[in-house]
Design a binder for this molecule. Structure first.
Ligand code: MG
Length: 269
């Protein structure tokens, strides 16, 4: 089986130090955490930025600081978030792509978050896809429901996304597709031929969904963006979550991909 690409999503938009003291918030904290996760086996870092008050921001200056600090420490693949919670307009959400990151997230449709809309209009999605294309940034298609796969395929046929595409199957966000084995199989079977995919299990679905992704030959995303505790009342950490997947990969005979091996698997060069 192909080597396993581990993505770490250390911060997200929702976690706070009150919810879990191990969440890295400042650029220094994020870079240090990503570095430790890289040492443990992570090949991709999915990055969200926070402002001085700890709130989500799409400010490219903050992204720039984080990127520079990570690059000074290691060669992990940096994937910047263009998610709906940090910025309002397409221009705000896509500002970080001017930094020409190797990857950026791209949701190809709308859904609900627990208390807000994951709003991605056709015009916004096409704007972000075009900007990624222009900057040689590979999108990771964030799939919150099966229609987002259909739409990504449509955008690829229009020439806005290069193939083979890389998908992140985001399972169990309240308001989006439920994290069940049947649903995950349905999404995997719906992917365009030749695609690569990563599985993210949100909250209680985390252990089951990521284990399925690993066993089925997909790749796995872990991190406090997706899950704050594995056991009730016990805050986990990004490092612990990466280590857990590395151990699981050993059990199931999957070798871990280095960042350069992941670049080959994801066609980044
Ligand atoms: Mg994200």
């Amino acid at each position: 089986m192909e080597k396993l690409i581990i993505t770490v999503a250390p911060t997200g938009n929702v976690p706070t130090k009150e919810l879990n003291p191990n969440v890295p918030i400042t650029p220094d904290e994020i870079a240090e955490c990503v570095y430790k996760c890289w040492q443990l086996g992570a090949a991709v870092a999915h990055i969200h930025a926070r402002d001085g008050a700890g709130k989500p921001t799409s400010d490219p200056e903050v992204f720039k600081q984080i990127v520079e600090k990570i690059k000074a420490k290691c060669d992990i693949i940096i994937q910047l978030s263009t998610g709906a919670r940090a910025g309002k307009t397409a221009e705000e959400r896509g500002a970080c792509i001017d930094l020409k990151p190797e990857m950026a997230s791209l949701a190809t449709g709308s859904s609900n978050f627990p208390t807000s809309v994951n709003s991605n209009s056709p015009a916004l999605v096409e704007y972000l896809a075009q900007k990624m294309l222009d900057n040689n940034t590979k999108p990771e298609i964030e799939v919150f429901d099966s229609a987002m796969i259909t739409n990504a395929d449509y955008l690829a046929k229009k020439g806005l996304i290069k193939t083979p595409m890389q998908f992140n199957l985001v399972m169990n966000v309240p308001g989006s597709i439920k994290g069940s084995p049947k649903n995950l199989m349905h999404l995997i079977e719906s992917l365009p031929e030749g695609s690569t995919y990563t599985v993210s299990g949100i909250g209680k679905s985390h252990a089951q969904m990521t284990a399925m992704g690993l066993v089925l030959g997909g790749h796995v995303r872990v991190g406090l963006e997706d899950v704050l505790e594995l056991e009730k009342g016990k805050p986990t950490s990004n490092e612990e979550l990466v280590k857990r997947v590395v151990d699981l990969a050993k059990v199931y005979g999957r070798e871990i991909a280095t960042p350069d091996e992941a670049r080959k698997i994801l066609n980044l060069k």
